[in-house]
Design a protein around this ligand. Structure first.
Ligand code: IPE
Ligand code: IPE
Ligand code: MG
Length: 225
Protein backbone atom coordinates (compact mmCIF):
# COMPACT_ATOMS: atom_id res chain seq x y z
CA UNK A 1 0.00 0.00 0.00
CA UNK A 2 1.43 3.37 -1.00
CA UNK A 3 1.50 5.92 1.81
CA UNK A 4 -0.06 9.31 1.02
CA UNK A 5 2.00 12.17 2.36
CA UNK A 6 1.19 14.99 -0.03
CA UNK A 7 -1.89 15.75 -2.13
CA UNK A 8 -1.90 18.66 -4.59
CA UNK A 9 -5.10 19.95 -6.18
CA UNK A 10 -5.93 22.13 -9.19
CA UNK A 11 -9.36 23.26 -8.06
CA UNK A 12 -10.88 23.94 -11.46
CA UNK A 13 -14.45 24.51 -12.57
CA UNK A 14 -15.71 27.15 -10.15
CA UNK A 15 -16.62 29.60 -12.90
CA UNK A 16 -18.64 27.08 -14.90
CA UNK A 17 -20.40 25.87 -11.73
CA UNK A 18 -21.34 29.44 -10.83
CA UNK A 19 -22.74 30.19 -14.29
CA UNK A 20 -24.71 26.93 -14.33
CA UNK A 21 -26.29 27.37 -10.90
CA UNK A 22 -26.38 31.12 -10.21
CA UNK A 23 -25.50 32.88 -13.47
CA UNK A 24 -22.38 34.24 -11.81
CA UNK A 25 -18.80 32.95 -11.97
CA UNK A 26 -18.06 34.56 -8.61
CA UNK A 27 -20.83 32.52 -6.96
CA UNK A 28 -18.88 29.46 -8.09
CA UNK A 29 -15.73 30.71 -6.40
CA UNK A 30 -17.69 31.15 -3.18
CA UNK A 31 -19.15 27.65 -3.45
CA UNK A 32 -15.66 26.25 -4.07
CA UNK A 33 -14.62 27.32 -0.58
CA UNK A 34 -16.99 24.77 0.95
CA UNK A 35 -15.15 22.03 -0.90
CA UNK A 36 -11.85 23.39 0.43
CA UNK A 37 -13.18 23.02 4.00
CA UNK A 38 -14.35 19.50 3.27
CA UNK A 39 -11.05 18.35 1.79
CA UNK A 40 -8.98 19.92 4.57
CA UNK A 41 -11.02 17.91 7.09
CA UNK A 42 -10.57 14.76 5.03
CA UNK A 43 -6.80 15.25 4.93
CA UNK A 44 -6.75 15.51 8.72
CA UNK A 45 -8.95 12.43 8.96
CA UNK A 46 -6.61 10.42 6.70
CA UNK A 47 -3.49 11.79 8.43
CA UNK A 48 -2.17 13.30 5.20
CA UNK A 49 0.64 15.70 6.08
CA UNK A 50 0.65 18.10 3.12
CA UNK A 51 -2.11 19.60 1.01
CA UNK A 52 -1.23 22.08 -1.74
CA UNK A 53 -4.07 24.04 -3.31
CA UNK A 54 -3.82 25.99 -6.57
CA UNK A 55 -5.78 29.14 -5.82
CA UNK A 56 -4.60 31.75 -8.34
CA UNK A 57 -2.08 31.24 -11.13
CA UNK A 58 0.39 33.78 -12.46
CA UNK A 59 -1.70 33.67 -15.66
CA UNK A 60 -5.02 34.36 -13.90
CA UNK A 61 -4.30 38.11 -14.08
CA UNK A 62 -5.69 37.83 -17.62
CA UNK A 63 -9.18 37.52 -16.12
CA UNK A 64 -11.64 40.44 -15.81
CA UNK A 65 -10.69 42.86 -13.05
CA UNK A 66 -13.94 42.32 -11.12
CA UNK A 67 -13.30 38.57 -10.86
CA UNK A 68 -9.71 39.11 -9.69
CA UNK A 69 -10.82 41.61 -7.03
CA UNK A 70 -13.59 39.24 -5.91
CA UNK A 71 -11.17 36.33 -5.58
CA UNK A 72 -8.71 38.29 -3.46
CA UNK A 73 -11.49 39.65 -1.24
CA UNK A 74 -12.92 36.14 -0.84
CA UNK A 75 -9.55 34.84 0.31
CA UNK A 76 -9.03 37.80 2.61
CA UNK A 77 -12.40 37.21 4.31
CA UNK A 78 -11.82 33.47 4.45
CA UNK A 79 -8.57 34.02 6.35
CA UNK A 80 -10.09 36.67 8.61
CA UNK A 81 -13.03 34.45 9.56
CA UNK A 82 -11.28 31.11 9.73
CA UNK A 83 -7.75 31.65 10.92
CA UNK A 84 -8.52 30.93 14.58
CA UNK A 85 -10.38 27.80 13.65
CA UNK A 86 -7.54 26.74 11.34
CA UNK A 87 -5.02 27.22 14.15
CA UNK A 88 -7.27 25.25 16.53
CA UNK A 89 -7.23 22.35 14.08
CA UNK A 90 -3.42 22.35 14.29
CA UNK A 91 -3.02 23.38 10.64
CA UNK A 92 0.07 25.22 9.43
CA UNK A 93 -0.61 27.61 6.55
CA UNK A 94 2.04 28.50 3.99
CA UNK A 95 1.61 30.63 0.88
CA UNK A 96 3.68 29.97 -2.23
CA UNK A 97 3.94 32.29 -5.22
CA UNK A 98 4.88 35.86 -6.00
CA UNK A 99 3.05 37.46 -3.08
CA UNK A 100 4.46 40.99 -3.56
CA UNK A 101 2.06 41.66 -6.42
CA UNK A 102 -1.03 41.05 -4.25
CA UNK A 103 -3.13 43.81 -2.60
CA UNK A 104 -1.43 45.10 0.57
CA UNK A 105 -4.35 44.15 2.82
CA UNK A 106 -4.22 40.57 1.58
CA UNK A 107 -0.45 40.43 2.02
CA UNK A 108 -0.87 41.53 5.64
CA UNK A 109 -3.44 38.88 6.51
CA UNK A 110 -1.32 36.26 4.75
CA UNK A 111 1.70 37.13 6.90
CA UNK A 112 -0.45 37.11 10.02
CA UNK A 113 -1.99 33.73 9.14
CA UNK A 114 1.41 32.18 8.55
CA UNK A 115 2.72 33.62 11.80
CA UNK A 116 -0.29 32.40 13.79
CA UNK A 117 0.05 28.85 12.54
CA UNK A 118 3.82 28.49 12.24
CA UNK A 119 4.11 25.97 15.10
CA UNK A 120 1.15 23.82 14.03
CA UNK A 121 1.79 20.35 12.76
CA UNK A 122 -1.16 18.03 12.02
CA UNK A 123 -1.55 19.24 8.45
CA UNK A 124 0.47 21.61 6.28
CA UNK A 125 -1.80 23.51 3.90
CA UNK A 126 0.13 25.25 1.13
CA UNK A 127 -1.81 27.85 -0.79
CA UNK A 128 -0.42 28.54 -4.27
CA UNK A 129 -1.31 32.16 -4.92
CA UNK A 130 -0.07 34.18 -7.88
CA UNK A 131 1.90 31.00 -8.40
CA UNK A 132 3.62 29.97 -11.63
CA UNK A 133 5.97 27.04 -11.89
CA UNK A 134 8.20 28.66 -14.51
CA UNK A 135 8.68 31.79 -12.37
CA UNK A 136 9.44 29.56 -9.39
CA UNK A 137 12.14 27.71 -11.32
CA UNK A 138 13.70 30.91 -12.66
CA UNK A 139 13.81 32.35 -9.15
CA UNK A 140 15.44 29.15 -7.83
CA UNK A 141 18.12 29.29 -10.51
CA UNK A 142 18.78 32.97 -9.76
CA UNK A 143 19.19 32.17 -6.04
CA UNK A 144 21.61 29.35 -6.87
CA UNK A 145 23.66 31.75 -8.99
CA UNK A 146 23.75 34.35 -6.20
CA UNK A 147 24.88 31.72 -3.69
CA UNK A 148 27.54 30.56 -6.15
CA UNK A 149 26.58 26.91 -5.62
CA UNK A 150 26.29 24.04 -8.12
CA UNK A 151 23.23 23.66 -10.32
CA UNK A 152 22.04 20.19 -9.35
CA UNK A 153 18.77 18.51 -8.31
CA UNK A 154 19.34 18.98 -4.59
CA UNK A 155 20.15 22.68 -4.89
CA UNK A 156 17.17 23.32 -7.16
CA UNK A 157 14.86 21.53 -4.69
CA UNK A 158 16.28 23.58 -1.84
CA UNK A 159 15.68 26.89 -3.58
CA UNK A 160 12.12 26.36 -4.76
CA UNK A 161 9.14 27.78 -2.84
CA UNK A 162 8.39 24.13 -2.03
CA UNK A 163 11.74 23.47 -0.32
CA UNK A 164 10.14 22.35 2.93
CA UNK A 165 7.74 19.77 1.58
CA UNK A 166 8.03 16.45 -0.25
CA UNK A 167 6.91 16.13 -3.89
CA UNK A 168 3.17 15.43 -4.23
CA UNK A 169 2.13 11.77 -4.33
CA UNK A 170 -1.24 12.64 -5.85
CA UNK A 171 -2.37 15.46 -8.13
CA UNK A 172 -6.11 15.97 -8.58
CA UNK A 173 -7.54 18.28 -11.23
CA UNK A 174 -11.30 18.73 -11.29
CA UNK A 175 -13.28 20.47 -14.03
CA UNK A 176 -12.74 18.02 -16.90
CA UNK A 177 -9.56 19.71 -18.14
CA UNK A 178 -6.43 17.67 -18.77
CA UNK A 179 -3.51 20.02 -18.35
CA UNK A 180 -1.13 21.30 -15.66
CA UNK A 181 -1.56 25.06 -16.25
CA UNK A 182 1.93 25.93 -14.96
CA UNK A 183 1.48 24.12 -11.61
CA UNK A 184 4.45 22.44 -9.87
CA UNK A 185 6.05 21.28 -13.14
CA UNK A 186 9.28 20.18 -11.43
CA UNK A 187 7.67 18.68 -8.33
CA UNK A 188 5.12 16.57 -10.26
CA UNK A 189 7.76 14.50 -12.11
CA UNK A 190 6.57 11.23 -10.53
CA UNK A 191 3.19 12.21 -9.15
CA UNK A 192 0.10 10.08 -9.89
CA UNK A 193 -2.41 12.27 -11.72
CA UNK A 194 -6.19 12.03 -11.35
CA UNK A 195 -8.39 14.08 -13.67
CA UNK A 196 -12.01 14.37 -12.54
CA UNK A 197 -14.95 15.46 -14.65
CA UNK A 198 -16.77 17.07 -11.76
CA UNK A 199 -16.50 20.82 -11.20
CA UNK A 200 -14.68 21.76 -7.99
CA UNK A 201 -17.79 22.83 -5.98
CA UNK A 202 -19.35 19.40 -6.73
CA UNK A 203 -16.26 17.39 -5.72
CA UNK A 204 -17.02 15.52 -2.49
CA UNK A 205 -15.68 13.25 0.25
CA UNK A 206 -16.60 10.14 -1.69
CA UNK A 207 -14.69 11.30 -4.80
CA UNK A 208 -11.66 12.02 -2.61
CA UNK A 209 -11.79 8.63 -0.86
CA UNK A 210 -12.04 6.82 -4.20
CA UNK A 211 -8.88 8.55 -5.43
CA UNK A 212 -7.00 7.70 -2.21
CA UNK A 213 -8.01 4.05 -2.51
CA UNK A 214 -7.00 3.85 -6.15
CA UNK A 215 -3.67 5.46 -5.37
CA UNK A 216 -2.93 3.13 -2.48
CA UNK A 217 -3.04 0.12 -4.78
CA UNK A 218 -1.06 1.58 -7.70
CA UNK A 219 2.29 0.17 -8.70
CA UNK A 220 4.70 3.10 -8.58
CA UNK A 221 7.79 2.27 -10.59
CA UNK A 222 9.93 5.41 -10.48
CA UNK A 223 11.69 4.07 -13.56
CA UNK A 224 12.19 0.56 -12.21
CA UNK A 225 10.04 -2.45 -13.20
C1 IPE B 1 -10.66 27.65 -10.83
O1 IPE B 1 -11.90 27.73 -11.40
C2 IPE B 1 -10.44 28.71 -9.79
C3 IPE B 1 -9.52 29.77 -10.22
C4 IPE B 1 -8.79 29.79 -11.29
C5 IPE B 1 -9.42 30.90 -9.34
P1 IPE B 1 -12.13 28.54 -12.72
O2 IPE B 1 -12.46 29.95 -12.36
O3 IPE B 1 -11.00 28.39 -13.66
O4 IPE B 1 -13.42 27.84 -13.31
P2 IPE B 1 -13.72 27.54 -14.83
O5 IPE B 1 -12.63 26.66 -15.33
O6 IPE B 1 -13.73 28.85 -15.54
O7 IPE B 1 -15.04 26.88 -14.81
C1 IPE C 1 -5.69 26.74 -13.08
O1 IPE C 1 -6.98 26.85 -13.59
C2 IPE C 1 -5.51 27.69 -11.96
C3 IPE C 1 -6.27 27.42 -10.75
C4 IPE C 1 -7.09 26.43 -10.54
C5 IPE C 1 -6.07 28.36 -9.69
P1 IPE C 1 -7.30 27.74 -14.85
O2 IPE C 1 -8.74 27.58 -15.12
O3 IPE C 1 -6.80 29.12 -14.66
O4 IPE C 1 -6.43 27.05 -16.00
P2 IPE C 1 -6.51 27.24 -17.57
O5 IPE C 1 -6.34 28.69 -17.85
O6 IPE C 1 -7.84 26.75 -18.00
O7 IPE C 1 -5.39 26.40 -18.11
MG1 MG D 1 -10.62 27.03 -15.16
Amino acid sequence: MNPVKHVAIIMDGNGRWGIKHKQSRNAGHRAGLNTVDLIINQCIHHKIQFLTLYTFSSENWKRPQNEIIFLFKLLENFLKNKINNIAKKDIKLKFIGDLNKLPTKLQKIIKLSEKKTIKKKSLNVNIALNYGSKTELISAIKKIKQKKIKINEKNINNNLYSRNFPDPDILIRTGDTHRLSNFLLWQLSYTEIFFKKKLWPDFNVNDFSKILNKFKNLKRNFGSI
